[in-house]
Write a protein that binds this ligand. Structure first.
Ligand code: ATP
Length: 234
């Protein structure tokens, strides 16, 4: 479905990705794990066309993405739920959700999709008139995911959705991500929460210093001695 093929990415003169290749297949949960600064966010920002690779190519269902402007990416069915959530703080929950559904097919179906989002997150329904900026961290994460769903994506990319949340909320959010994938949306999840994400995913890639250093099924990587030592402290 998504193919990233040998991309190099720079911030100015500073190279941060080297020959990164990965693929996301239909209906799978793919996880990208790695320490701080390994290049995970840079990889998904490049897929979203927020950054341009100097080398390599990115395709989605056969369409070349790496030459497209960022605002066109959503039209291909890819949505990026960014780290820090980036909500419209002065808009209500409902208005934030509507902002996610301004493109193509999503617009006429927005009420139906909103009902689905409220079913997934009853808390958002209760707070639908409340301003985005006044929600708790967990509720903001729910809203960021809900807004992403409003675009009827084929692929959802999540950047550290567990950041700053309590363990119980993390479980809740990961449960929702699993449910979204079961509904037929492919998931690319960037996480530092290595143990939990390797357990829930189909496959994973491990990044180190801007390079992919390992890949495999999640449960297999959980048993890998290098992964255990580097990320799990065992
Ligand atoms: P984290 O989990 O801490 O966000 P990450 O794996 O997502 O880490 P990136 O955010 O992709 O890592 O960062 C990769 C490298 O690029 C880091 O060395 C970082 O300092 C650098 N970097 C990120 N954003 C910029 C920027 N706007 N300008 C210059 N360097 C940057």
């Amino acid at each position: 479905m998504l193919k990233v093929d040998g991309i190099d990415v720079f911030y100015g003169d500073l190279q941060v990705l080297w020959n990164v290749s990965l693929e996301v297949r239909e209906n799978e949960i793919l996880v990208l794990v790695g320490a701080n600064g390994a290049g995970k966010s840079t990889t998904i920002k490049t897929i979203s066309s927020l950054l341009r690779p100097d080398k390599g190519r990115i395709t989605f269902n056969g369409h070349r993405l790496d030459q497209e402007p960022a605002h066109k990416i959503i039209g291909h069915g890819i949505v990026h739920v960014p780290e820090g959530r980036r909500l419209f703080t002065q808009m209500s929950v409902e208005e934030n959700l509507i902002m996610g559904s301004l493109h193509g097919e999503a617009k006429p179906k927005r009420l139906e999709t909103m009902a689905y989002v409220y079913e997934l997150f009853p808390r958002l329904k209760e707070r639908r008139k409340q301003l985005g900026g006044t929600l708790s961290g967990g509720e903001q994460q729910m809203l960021a995911i809900g807004r992403g769903l409003m675009s009827l994506p084929k692929l959802m990319m999540f950047d550290e959705p567990s950041l700053g949340l309590s363990p119980i909320l993390v479980q809740n959010i990961f449960g929702i991500i699993k449910k979204i994938s079961q509904e037929g949306v492919a998931v690319l999840l960037v996480e530092q929460n290595v143990m939990q994400t390797l357990k829930m995913c189909d496959r994973a890639y491990v990044m180190e210093n801007g390079r992919i250093v390992m890949e495999g099924p999640g449960p297999e990587l959980l048993e890998n001695a290098q992964v255990k030592e580097a990320f799990l402290g065992i």
